[in-house]
Write a protein that binds this ligand. Structure first.
Ligand SMILES: [Zn+2]
Ligand SMILES: [Zn+2]
Length: 343
């Protein structure tokens, strides 16, 4: 069967790889239909992902159809069903796993990063990682996983209907936070330096949009009567936005970091104490986040088509990655249709 193989940074080729074979007792064989490419695939392509080794088949944002089920798979999972899946693994032994926080497993292996991913025709998956989403079109189904990352930050921030939430950065991760916070009934203020991203954030549920950079503080003060938002979600990953989050947030607010800065960040730490902040990290996503995003997407309020820049066949996925790498701002979500019908 066909697969997109990354032999090293910038080196892609269409490869012929072995079919994964029969599912084990607790596994299903998935026919992959549509796969979204995300920032981590781009990092893998560019050789900037320290967790990846080559050769590697990338891809972890999956819309698939169940082809075959293993002997011990519950009957609710049937051949022909459309599913997506959690692309993470967990060891069950580390401190995170023992606390039930399996999304932050110390020994996590993400599909397409530490193990081969989904840019191929068939993959095996443990049935426990599957999520069903009856009625969602393939593109929408492949959009679930990238949106869950922002939705998880919203969960970490305990966002409630009475909250005002500032989301800094409206790439796909920030957009997921905007949509999930709005879905919970909160008032969402989106911040970005890119007007197009702010427009998309509005369509995803942001009530207000603020241009990042100079003048943001005055705009925020006006929107929140000088109080600052209850929750700030940072989805950029620069020292400036890390600092901005604790400066902008209101007293006793919550700050959630999804991005991570490549360099050390210096802080005015008195703000942590003075405001008595909850400062939280957010990593990957949980079953509950998947269920929330699937329900949200089922409601039809998320602008899936506006968020997808390009749909390409598997044969063109390597070229699409190269184009995206050359001009990262030019693309939102790229989707790869594995078969003709999926397009
Ligand atoms: Zn992703
Ligand atoms: Zn673990």
């Amino acid at each position: 069967m066909k697969a997109l193989m990354l032999d090293g940074p910038g080196q892609t080729r269409m490869a012929e790889v072995a079919h994964p074979g029969k599912p084990g007792a607790e596994e299903v064989l998935l026919r992959v239909r549509m796969v979204g490419l995300c920032g981590s695939d781009l990092s893998t392509f560019a050789g900037r992902n320290p967790l990846v080794s080559y050769p590697r088949i990338p891809g972890h944002e999956i819309a698939a159809t169940i082809a075959e089920t293993g002997a011990a798979v519950p009957g609710a999972w049937q051949a022909g069903m459309a599913v997506t899946m959690l692309p993470y693994s967990c060891c069950g032994r580390c401190a995170a796993c023992r606390r039930g926080r399996v999304n932050a497993c110390r020994n996590n292996q993400t599909l397409g990063v530490q193990r081969d991913g989904a840019l191929t025709e068939y993959v095996l998956a443990p049935w426990a990682k599957l999520r069903a989403a009856p009625g969602l079109p393939l593109r929408t189904l492949a959009m679930v996983e990238p949106l869950t990352v922002g939705a998880h930050a919203v969960r970490r921030g305990r966002v409630a209907p009475e909250d005002t939430v500032l989301v800094i950065g409206c790439g796909m991760v920030g957009l997921g936070a905007v949509a999930a916070a709005a879905w919970r009934g909160a008032r969402v203020i989106a911040m970005d330096v890119d007007e197009g991203k702010l427009e998309l954030a509005r369509r995803a549920g942001a009530r207000e949009a603020v241009r990042g950079g100079e003048g943001y503080a005055a705009a925020m003060a006006e929107l929140t009567a000088g109080e600052g938002p209850d929750v700030v979600i940072e989805a950029v990953g620069t020292p400036q936005t890390f600092r901005l989050a604790v400066e902008a947030v209101g007293f006793t607010g919550r700050v959630v970091y999804i991005g991570y800065a490549k360099e050390p960040v210096s802080y005015e730490t008195k703000l942590f104490v003075q405001k008595e902040l909850d400062i939280l990290g957010s990593r990957n996503a949980t079953d509950a986040d998947f269920d929330e995003v699937i329900a949200m997407l089922g409601g039809g309020s998320f602008p899936v088509d506006d968020a997808v820049s390009l749909v390409v066949p598997l044969e063109e996925a390597g070229a699409a990655l190269a184009r995206w790498c050359a001009d990262p701002a030019s693309m939102r979500k790229i989707m790869v249709a594995i078969d003709e019908e999926a397009r």
